[in-house]
Ligand binder design. Structure first.
Ligand code: BDR
Ligand code: CA
Length: 314
């Protein structure tokens, strides 16, 4: 089976960390070319460090980690320490990573790699604010040719926002970058809160990870146990939504998901609804579809895949 070459753009972040472990466990199906870190849940210093820590947990210090943008394009930085803790990965012991950051800036890496790649060959997986991707597309619009698909976690339509009443965190944190990405012309699949809220942890699901006879299963269990507290207290959920892992599950098993091809635009001017994703679900605008908007998942299937991949890690 040919592996899917992926650039994983991330702001770890607790659910980011679980998504990275999930991806690294799926080494027979996914070929991670690099992790590119962006400021988001916490500052770039933490996200670029946490990405390396997670690679080391998974026994993959060979995966390059590139640091990217340390702030959004135009808006003031917004972070989510209230969700992920001061380090971005509170709740588990963090070591000083032995891996160094790659020398090349994340945006330079993306532009170069997309240019060198065969046309339509690389899948971009952004699970944080879209600053790095937008900068690469602005810096060199021709690099879009190398993209097979952008599969991203972000947005909300049928569910309310989680950082403001109107907006989901990743889009709100850099709405201008999100709008640039949505206009780039590459095939885009979005996994918004509409679907990630259907993929919540339960005691039974997490207990399967905790029972794995390796390091990474119990680690993933501890990370989501720390994350759950916020979602349960703030949103009355029964567990933590697996936002970013949905991206990896979609790559591995798109048949677990359902959605619709629609036009999606981002609100970039109104202070009240900044970062809202306006989804033309009924095609009333006449604007062309630019996104495959996912709104359903088989959550048991998703957790089964996660467990299977976490079990392959050290
Ligand atoms: C998104 O925001 C971040 O806090 C999570 O890591 C996820 O990418 C969910 O809104
Ligand atoms: Ca994230």
């Amino acid at each position: 089976m040919t592996r899917i070459p992926v650039i994983f753009d991330t702001d770890p972040g607790q659910d980011d960390a679980v998504a990275i472990l999930f991806m690294l466990g799926a080494h027979e199906e996914i070929q991670p070319l690099a992790l590119t870190a962006v400021a988001g849940n916490v500052g770039l210093h933490h996200t670029s460090r946490n990405a390396r820590i997670v690679c080391e947990w998974a026994g993959r210090p060979d995966i390059p980690v590139h640091a990217g943008a340390d702030r959004p394009l135009l808006v003031a930085p917004v972070t989510a320490e209230h969700v992920h803790g001061k380090t971005g990965l509170d709740g588990v012991p963090l070591h000083e990573p032995s891996m160094a950051l790659a020398d090349e800036h994340a945006v330079d890496f993306m532009v170069r790699t997309l240019h060198e790649a065969a046309p339509g060959s690389i899948t971009l997986c952004p699970v944080g604010p879209l600053t790095n991707i937008a900068l690469a597309l602005r810096r060199d619009p021709g690099c879009v040719r190398g993209i097979r698909e952008i599969v991203l976690m972000g947005g909300a339509y049928f569910e309310a926002g989680n950082i403001t009443p109107a907006a989901e965190f990743n889009i709100y944190a850099d709405p201008h970058a999100a709008q640039i990405v949505l206009q780039c012309g590459a095939p885009i699949t979005m996994l918004p809160l509409d679907v990630t809220h259907q993929a919540q942890t339960t005691a039974e699901r997490v207990s399967r990870w905790r029972a794995l006879p390796n390091r990474c299963g119990p680690l993933a269990a501890n990370i989501v146990t720390s994350l759950e507290r916020y979602d349960v207290q703030k949103f009355g959920m029964h567990g933590a939504p697996m936002h970013d892992p949905c991206v990896i599950a979609y790559l591995l098993a798109p048949e677990l998901f359902a959605g619709r091809r629609v036009n999606v635009e981002v609100e970039t001017t109104s202070p009240l609804t900044l970062g809202a994703t306006v989804v033309d679900w009924w095609g009333t605008s006449g604007r062309p579809a630019n996104v495959h908007w996912i709104n359903q998942v088989d959550a048991d299937g998703l957790f089964a895949r996660m467990t299977e991949c976490l079990a392959r890690l050290p």
